[in-house]
Design a binder for this molecule. Structure first.
Ligand SMILES: [Zn+2]
Length: 61
């Protein structure tokens, strides 16, 4: 991750999984942390996870 990218982050912790109900998208379809619109989706234990491809912020949906 570049220094420029780090400075744009909103300070979300990318080592934990945020719950979508507690943290709805600030802008629909965009990462709350870096405003990126590309995500990796995966399913763990029947929980749908959406991970930002740029900063790594993860939400359970
Ligand atoms: Zn992001």
């Amino acid at each position: 991750m570049s220094e420029e990218t780090k400075q744009k982050l909103k300070g979300y912790d990318t080592t934990i999984v945020y719950n979508y109900k507690e943290h709805p998208n600030v802008i629909s379809g965009r990462c709350d942390n870096c405003n990126n619109a590309q995500f990796e989706s995966s399913v763990h234990n029947f929980i749908f996870l959406r991970k930002c491809r740029n900063c790594g912020m993860t939400k359970s949906i």
